[in-house]
Design a protein around this ligand. Structure first.
Ligand SMILES: Nc1ncnc2c1ncn2[C@@H]1O[C@H](COP(=O)(O)OP(=O)(O)O)[C@@H](O)[C@H]1O
Ligand SMILES: [Mg+2]
Length: 249
């Protein structure tokens, strides 16, 4: 089976000399839902960004969605990568004064014909239909016309998921998607992610520092500690004690 992400001997040192990780070897296959865990500052966000070409790595090779590169992808590769990847971050990055529908259509930006995505009144009819479709998948159809800044944190994160889904991504990347939410809302968001990824056959890679979010919504857990992959295991083989170890200094 063709891998979605593969790295060999990957290392990242920031320009200020801060070494984050080294010797990272990963192979992620399609349809996997992967939790990337580690203590605060372990390098989860840095690794995610390197994998999708948003940050240059310092050493090693990366293959993501068929694009092979070292350090940074070429601009043509980056364009092709962006077309196939949906992103959701902790700070959802919605445009507050615009409607939920418009925010979802913004997910089309960077795709062909996407200047129309700036406002939903310019959007092609089928994009509006697609946006309504993905909003129903995150169970937020009734909020399509609301302003984004009127939403609760959990609702805003569901819009961010819909905005990623409208790209019909092969790979969904989520950096601490539930970190700023109340526990119950956080579980709700994680479940939506996990279920939609499975239903659509999307590879999901998410970071978390929440043990339950790591154990309950993934097929595989990759733990970073002290600048290395501490373990990389099917979720069913990971014990709570092992996860505790990840977070202990
Ligand atoms: N732009 C940067 N320059 C230098 N060091 C950075 C930069 N961004 C992050 N770091 C450092 O790299 C380490 C890993 O950060 P990060 O990837 O954000 O970890 P995590 O997402 O696991 O909390 C931390 O020690 C952080 O302080
Ligand atoms: Mg982080």
């Amino acid at each position: 089976m063709q891998e979605v992400i593969r790295t060999s001997d990957l290392a990242k040192t920031y320009p200020n000399g801060k070494s984050v990780f080294a010797g990272v070897k990963l192979s992620i296959s399609p349809d996997q839902r992967v939790a990337l865990i580690g203590a605060n500052g372990a390098g989860k966000s840095t690794l995610l960004k390197c994998l999708i070409g948003l940050l240059p790595s310092s050493q090693g090779e990366i293959m993501t969605l068929g694009e092979s590169f070292s350090s940074t992808p070429s601009s043509a590769q980056l364009y092709r990568l962006r077309r196939q990847i949906g992103f959701v971050f902790q700070n959802h990055g919605l445009v507050g004064r615009q409607s939920v529908l418009t925010n979802v259509i913004h997910g089309k930006l960077g795709l062909p014909g996407s200047w129309r995505a700036w406002h939903h009144s310019l959007a092609q009819g089928n994009w509006r239909e697609e946006a309504m479709q993905v909003l129903s998948e995150v169970k937020l159809s009734e909020k399509a016309k609301s302003r984004a800044d009127e939403l609760s944190g959990g609702q805003a994160q569901r819009v961010a998921i819909a905005r990623a889904l409208i790209r019909r991504p092969k790979l969904l990347i989520a950096d601490e998607p539930a970190a700023s939410l109340d526990p119950a809302v956080g579980r709700d968001i994680m479940k939506i992610f996990s279920d939609l990824a499975r239903e659509h056959g999307i590879t999901l890679v998410y970071t978390t520092h929440d043990m339950e979010h790591a154990l309950n919504y993934s097929d595989r857990i990759i733990a970073l500690k002290a600048g290395e992959v501490f373990f990389d295991l099917p979720t069913r083989d990971v014990s709570r004690a092992e996860i505790d170890n990840v977070f202990q200094g």
